[in-house]
Every structure is written in structure tokens, then in C-alpha cells.
Design a protein around this ligand. Sequence first.
Ligand SMILES: C[S@@+](CC[C@H](N)C(=O)[O-])C[C@H]1O[C@@H](n2cnc3c(N)ncnc32)[C@H](O)[C@@H]1O
Length: 292
Amino acid sequence: MMASRIQYNNPQSSEALGLPYHYEMVSDPRRVGPFKEAILRTCKGKRVLESGAGSAILSILAAKAGAKKVYAVEIDHDIARHARKNIRKSGFENIITLIVADVKSITLADIDHEKIDVVIAENLSTWQVTEPQIQIMNHISQVLAKADFIPLPQRIFNNIELGFAQYTFEGIEIRTHFFEFTGVPKCTIFSEKKLFVEIDLAQKNKTSYTQTIQLLAQKTGVINCVRLTSPLQVFEDVLFDSSDSLMPPVVVPFSSDISVEKGDRVNVMISYRQNTNWDGFSCEARVMPEQK
Ligand SMILES: C[S@@+](CC[C@H](N)C(=O)[O-])C[C@H]1O[C@@H](n2cnc3c(N)ncnc32)[C@H](O)[C@@H]1O
């Protein structure tokens, strides 16, 4: 199974994602609010599939919104027991079918041989580095969903900025990627925010990148990292930026500090595969010579 947010907090934790992880997510209104609004706007009378149902909260919201049928798919047997209980308590057992499986192994036979209208999938992580959103949506869009299906979220915008992070504390350097959770000092921004890639989840998307992006230094000083964010278009004008429980900004270091002057063009070479881990995320910067 993939690495998860809880495993960053507790590297000793098992692969199973426990209830505290799900409580943290469902009790975060900044994460759940936009999904709830999108579900209310799209699910009435529709056949819905949820990838990674977890506690089943989003599947229950879809049933409450008037979905004709909801398939709630969850890979983790432990959390699926809680999902089953929650579905029973919600009174929507006749609408929601829980399927305990890897959603990538689901076929049309598992969903009564009829394709899906709306897909809810919160298998998200910043730049999709540690979660299987893209692999999952590629399978669903190609195999399980109608040609004009609505994915929730619809689009991901992977953005990048140049930055400077402290890294040195009490004379000790700790140069690592980190999450800008509430309370963690933010890196100082040195460039405009630029779109690295816009991902339309109704389409098939690639799962690895080797790409260079050029950013303009907006002030003179030292840079040593990039700051990565992944805001969402959940549905039409319903947007999500970031929260502690879903896709906080991630700051990734260069191997060394680089001096820049205001107006310098900085090439950042990026190479990574999605649904892996941050140790495999490579990014290095080079100041481009001035063009005469
Ligand atoms: C970020 S949680 C979201 C839970 C719930 N949908 C919510 O929004 O509160 C992602 C869930 O997806 C499940 N998951 C991850 N990969 C999966 C896969 N390939 N097939 C089915 N479920 C998967 C995880 O076990 C986890 O419960």
C-alpha cells in the first residue's frame, strides 16, 4: 500500500490506516466542506463510485444528496469494518454497497455492469507524490466511468515557487523536505508561483515527470528549496487550497544553497514518479546565464 500522511507522523505505524487518521480528515471542515458542496451539486439521481471510502463519510454524503446508487470501495480491511458500521448507522444500506478491494482491480461486473456518472476520489497528496490518485483515476476513467462522467475533484494544479528555508537550528543543519503544517515556519518565497502541470482527472494522465521549469527570481539573496502546492478545482467554482489534513505545501530542498539576483532566470530540473515517496523526488536548480 502507499505511504500515507499518518506514516509521516509515525514511521513505526503499520500499513493499516487507523481511525485517528480518518478522524483527523473527517473533522477538518476545510477538506470536507468543498467535497460536500460538490457532492450536493452533482450526485442527485446518479450512479456514484467512491475510491478509498475510508470512514465512508463522502459516500454517505452522496447517498444523502440523493444518489441512486453508491459503490464505496476501500482497500484497507480494518477501516472497511468501520465504514460498514457507519453505512449501517446512516440508514443508507440499500443505496451504498461497500466493496473491500483495490479499486484498480474493480471491473464492470463488480458495479452491476453499468458505468458510473460521478466519481469521488480523495486519494490525494501534494503533487501526487505519495498517493495513487492518478493511477486510480486512470483505471476508473478508462474502465468504469461513462465518457461524460464527473470526477470529484475535477482538476489538480501542481504549482511551484523558489524559496529559502531555515534548515539550520542551533548550528545544526537539517536539510530535508518538510510539510508547512500550521505552526511550522514557512519558507521565504523568492519567485512568482508558476503552474508546473494542470491535471484533468476526466482524462488519462501520466504518472511520472522529468521536466525543467524556469522561474524568475524576484529578489536578491539565497535560495535553497522549492515550495510545492496542489490546489484543486473540486467542482466548477468549488475550490480547495490546502489544509493540515490534505495537501499542505511541501518544501523540497536543493542539495546546496544558490545565490540569486533579482531578475535571474532559474531553471529547476524535476524528476519523480507519482505514488512513491519524497526520497525519490529529485529537484535541482541552476541560474541561467544572462542573455545579451
Ligand atoms: C485520504 S483517505 C480518504 C478517506 C475518505 N474518502 C474521506 O474522504 O474521508 C484515502 C483512503 O483510500 C484508501 N485507498 C488507498 N488506495 C486504495 C485503492 N487502491 N483502492 C481502494 N482504496 C484505496 C485508503 O485505505 C484510505 O482509506
